[in-house]
Ligand binder design. Structure first.
Ligand code: ASN
Ligand code: ZN
Length: 333
């Protein structure tokens, strides 16, 4: 019996045609990745208990791009987990979610008509519903990166999931989920600063969230105000999402990959972008070095300024723009 690491091919609902690192076990191939901490993908069979069944077949070709084929959503989720692993490794030298080399499980086809996805520390897994009528899985790559990043936040800052720290927790997932989408740079999913723009959660093909102008979703905050922490964490996140967009790309209007952004600022503050790669380094260092479970927006400003000082120096352009970008979302000194 031969066991080994293989390269299979998949067609996801959202990722398009991609290579997958799989495992050969006898005459079967499995969605298990020994090169990335044993990450795997399981079929929940539309149930909600247990961890489901490992995807296996005899061809090492997975999915056909349609949601009707049970393997297609698995291709998205498994590929998304692989790109998230690679992103953290290559960008921050982080070896898996807990930095211990252990890969996470992705569970697809959870429940029926389930319109959500979530991370759970206790199973060290992320889980995806099949969406409306079980025909719209929530397996876009920025969602995969978002959910896995909840595991990273839990293993590092441990930001409490309520109040302003909850907004920072959610924003950390949106920021790194977006970074994973840019890292993957898929022709089938041109990277952008919007969240869930392919999964049609609103039924009218609009994204779930907009980092350039969070209020475009009708609920999120563009900037800080006293009481912003009373919003749902998926809306108070807007302040930090907007900060990250501004720090990356700067204020004003911009078009990238065919996506049109217009990022207004408080008091017409002018921000000059330092690029998303540097902005992500600042955020990751703040998250893993300075954030605690109770960090609020004022604390996040201090933490990112310290991180930028560590990385680029106190008098650097990068540090100055961190301060300017926070001012632009009404988080002051
Ligand atoms: N998809 C949601 C999220 O990851 C689930 C939740 O509300 N925690 O934020
Ligand atoms: Zn989340």
């Amino acid at each position: 019996k031969f066991e080994g690491i293989e390269t299979g091919s998949g067609k996801g609902v959202f990722v398009g045609s991609v290579d997958l690192t799989t495992t050969q076990s006898g005459s079967q191939y499995q969605l298990q990745d020994a090169s990335r901490g044993g990450q795997s993908a399981n079929d929940m069979g539309n149930g909600t208990s247990g961890n489901g069944t490992l995807f296996a077949n005899a061809t090492d070709q997975w999915g056909d791009g349609t949601a009707a084929n049970r393997e297609s959503a698995a291709v998205d989720a498994y590929f998304g987990a692989a790109k998230t692993w690679d992103f953290y490794k290559n960008t921050f030298s982080r070896n898996g979610i807990r930095n211990d080399g252990v890969g996470a499980l992705s569970r697809v086809h959870y429940d029926t008509g389930y319109v959500n996805a979530f991370w759970d520390d206790s199973c060290f897994c992320m889980t995806y519903g099949d969406g409306q009528n079980d025909s719209a899985p929530l397996t876009e790559i920025d969602v995969a990166g978002h959910e896995m990043t909840h595991g990273v936040t839990s293993a590092t800052a441990g930001l409490n999931y309520s109040g302003e720290s909850g907004g920072l927790n959610e924003a950390t997932s949106d920021i790194m989920g977006t970074m994973v989408e840019w890292y993957a740079n898929l022709p089938a999913n041109p990277p952008n600063y919007w969240i869930g723009e392919l999964i049609n959660l609103n039924g009218n093909n609009t994204p779930l969230r907009y980092m350039d102008q969070p209020s475009k979703d009708g609920s999120s905050a563009d900037s800080w105000y006293d009481g912003v922490g009373n919003l749902d964490v998926h809306y108070s996140s807007g302040v930090a999402n907007h900060f990250f967009y501004l720090l990356s790309e700067g204020s004003g209007s911009k078009s990238i990959n065919g996506f049109d952004y217009n990022s207004p600022t408080v008091n017409s503050t002018s921000v000059t972008g330092i690029g998303r790669d540097k902005a992500a380094q600042v955020w990751y260092r703040a998250l893993t070095t300075y954030f605690t479970s109770t960090t609020d927006y004022a604390g996040a400003r201090d933490a990112t300024l310290k991180a930028a000082t560590d990385l680029y120096g106190a008098d650097s352009t990068e540090s100055k723009q961190v301060a300017t970008a926070w001012a632009a979302v009404n988080v002051g000194s």
